[in-house]
Design a protein around this ligand. Structure first.
Ligand code: COA
Ligand code: AMP
Length: 636
């Protein structure tokens, strides 16, 4: 029997009492007297009078209370074939040493540090060292190109960057120096200090006066026996800023505060994920994404678990058995990954031959999120693993699940295609475009009643107005998730699609608007549109449509190649744009809005109807013909 309904009702009947109780999971330097201040911030603030330190809660308190010799972090690199393990005491020593280096570079409470790292243990250490000092980190995914990094530097205005000499993708080394040097050149904001971790696969040249060698500086801090205590900050002070795709090329800086984040993550590990302190938890994501922040670094450590930080891919490093190898080598009890990873594994090992080779006895639960989990993939994983597979739904903005099947409280019946029921803190509703509630089972805008729970974004970095207009203005009194979905008669949510121009490629959130900005930079492009097209492995992939300038008579294939290279160069390979289709005209409404949703339906071979507001119906047929010419065969 699940305790979910009872727990959810207890939150609903007295939210402040619920969060006061949950706050006991956290060490405070000044415990909260007030739980929520409705008058503070934009929609209120949680734990407004409390103070704390996130690094203390993630590391020091475990060292003090019997976990000093327990493994805290395991870096398992399937790419290099190496494993590094850190006990809580060792992790603390690494964090203190880097905090000393940062402190010597003038970084203190409230200063911002950009972390641009591959999947190495030092990425987590860097985040925690910032947290220790009360500095604010902003991790930029290591697969983003120089210009994306520069955009974030200009918005975040960091005092320092922590980076590495290279990243490793299967079969290739990615030198980071041209990327961070390039970004620093492009950015208007000037960065004073760059701390560079030299990796043996490819070294970087250090710029005198700017760059610090990570290894020698931290070694010196250790030999000097430097002690850097945790700095107490306000619970409402920012812990980090994480940029995520918006509808334009200007990403949104999602702010996460210290106190609410600690409370909600601590609560989620036991109650939602059903994991106990001392157990090994693995989120196979990247520290550059929110999943990596919450469930590689912070939540497992706050909860006293052993966290796995994995450098590799579900397939090809070296094979489709890697995930099972990691689970069995490190005695992982719960894995959290994106459905794409399972589609990739299933594609290469449909019969699950690799699964049988490993001992998965202690493995209990597979958690999937980041994109829609198709029932077929869930059922395949259930069959292979013979363990529960739990889909759950959240966003960078929320920092923790909005809906889930909370195995820690006792599992609810699984409904395939649904990421579960709302977690405490979340009152979800479905509204039509005019803001009216729709009957159960009807598709509409998924919104959350304000206030958002602890751990959710209080605002966007230095952009309160953008926060209000992007999330709160359209449906007064609610947070707009920008997802479309359904709530069924049992209160389960079904998330169907985004309502904006965001697409989800291999579990990565990308803005078609940002890609369109790059396409239109090409000198031969007059107009363009980018849509997300269904893809059997990645869920969606982008597809660009371009109208060329009059008089351009160069081969279309050359232009397509150049555009693909431009997107790779400006955004990064992660954008995965591989198809650009030249068309004579773009379909638009009479008021000039490009009909991207209809184009997407055509590309996905879904049924579509002619929009009443279309300017010239013949253009959609031209789009169909152009897609057919590329082997993408529309219906009709
Ligand atoms: N640095 C540099 N380049 C990177 C990168 C990084 N950190 N991460 C990805 N890339 C590159 C890849 O090498 C690839 O380049 P290519 O076009 O030259 O092949 C491109 O970006 C696209 O990467 P990806 O989307 O990872 O596709 P893939 O074909 O290499 O791998 C999967 C496919 C399914 C194995 C992979 O997408 C995957 O593991 N997905 C799980 C996603 C996930 O965990 N998301 C987190 C949300 S929970
Ligand atoms: P991100 O901010 O990168 O975590 O992406 C958030 C978006 O991913 C959501 O708004 C959804 O569109 C999508 N998403 C995440 N998890 C799920 C899920 N379990 N089911 C369906 N869509 C999901």
């Amino acid at each position: 029997m699940s305790r979910y309904h009872q727990v959810y009702e207890s939150w609903k009947s007295d939210p402040e009492a619920f969060w006061r109780d949950a706050a006991n999971l956290v060490d405070w330097t000044r415990p909260p007297q007030q739980i929520f201040d409705a008058d503070a911030g934009i929609y209120g603030r949680w734990f407004p009078d409390a103070t704390c330190n996130t690094c203390w809660n993630a590391v020091d308190r475990h060292v003090e209370r019997g976990r000093a010799d327990q493994l805290a972090l395991i870096h398992d690199s399937a790419i290099t074939g190496t494993v590094r393990k850190f006990t809580y005491a060792e992790l603390k020593a690494e964090i203190v040493a880097l905090a000393a280096v940062l402190s010597d570079a003038g970084i203190g409470r409230g200063d911002l540090v950009v972390i641009y790292m591959p999947m190495v243990a030092e990425a987590a250490i860097a985040m925690l060292a910032c947290a220790r000092l009360g500095a604010v980190h902003s991790v930029v995914f290591g697969g983003f190109a120089a210009r994306e990094l520069a955009t974030r530097i200009d918005d975040a205005r960091p005092k320092a960057i922590i980076t590495a000499s290279c990243g490793l993708e299967p079969g290739r080394t990615i030198p980071y120096q041209p990327l961070y040097d390039g970004a620093i050149d492009i950015a208007k904001h000037k960065v004073e200090t760059v701390i560079v971790l030299q990796r043996e696969q490819q070294a970087a040249d250090l710029t005198p006066g700017r760059d610090i060698d990570y290894a020698s500086a931290t070694a010196k801090a250790k030999s000097d026996a430097r002690d850097i205590p945790c700095v107490s900050v306000n619970a409402t002070d920012p812990l980090y800023v994480l940029y995520t795709s918006g509808t334009t090329g200007q990403p949104k800086g999602v702010v996460r505060d210290n106190g609410g984040h600690l409370v909600v993550l601590a609560w989620s590990m036991e109650n939602e994920f059903g994991v106990k302190p001392g157990e090994a938890f693995w989120a196979a994501s990247d520290v550059g994404w929110v999943v990596g922040h919450s469930y590689i670094v912070y939540a497992p450590l706050i909860h006293g678990c052993t966290s796995i930080l994995f450098e590799g891919k579900p397939v090809g490093t070296p094979d489709a058995g890697t995930y099972w190898r990691v689970i069995s080598d490190h005695d992982v009890v719960a894995l959290f990954t994106a459905p794409t990873a399972f589609r990739a594994i299933k594609g290469q090992d449909p019969k699950g031959e690799f699964v049988k080779k490993y001992d998965l006895t202690n493995f209990r639960t597979l958690f999937l999120a980041g994109e829609r989990a198709d029932p077929e993939t869930i059922k395949w994983a259930e069959n292979q693993l013979q363990k529960p597979v739990i889909d759950h739904w959240w966003q960078t903005e929320t920092g923790a699940p909005i809906t889930q099947n909370p195995v820690g409280l006792g599992s609810l019946p699984v409904k395939y295609g649904s990421p579960g029921v709302p977690m405490p803190g979340w009152q979800m509703e479905i509204l039509d475009d005019s803001g009216h509630p729709v009957p159960r089972g009807t598709l509409g805008n998924v919104v959350a009643k304000l206030p958002l729970p602890p751990g959710s974004l209080p605002t966007l970095w230095h952009a309160d107005e953008r926060f209000k207009s992007a999330y709160l203005a359209e449906f007064p009194g609610y947070y707009k998730t920008a997802d479309a979905g359904i709530i069924d008669e049992d209160g389960y949510l079904f998330i169907m699609s985004r309502t904006d121009d965001i697409i989800n490629v291999a579990g990565h959130r990308l803005s078609t608007g940002a890609m369109e900005e790059v396409l239109s930079e090409h000198p031969d492009v007059a107009e363009c549109a980018v849509i997300g097209m269904a893809d059997p492995m990645k869920g969606q992939v982008p597809c660009g449509f371009v109208v060329l300038n009059a008089g351009v008579d160069r081969p279309a294939a050359d232009i397509e190649r150049e555009i693909i290279a431009l997107v790779r160069n400006r955004i990064g390979a992660i954008a995965a744009l591989k198809t650009v289709v030249p068309v004579k005209r773009l379909p638009k409404t009479r008021s000039g809005k490009i009909l991207r949703a209809t184009m997407q339906k055509i590309a996905d071979r879904e049924e579509w109807t002619m929009p009443a507001t279309i300017d010239d119906p013949a253009i959609l047929e031209e789009v169909e013909v152009a897609l057919r010419g590329r082997g993408i065969r529309p219906l009709r």
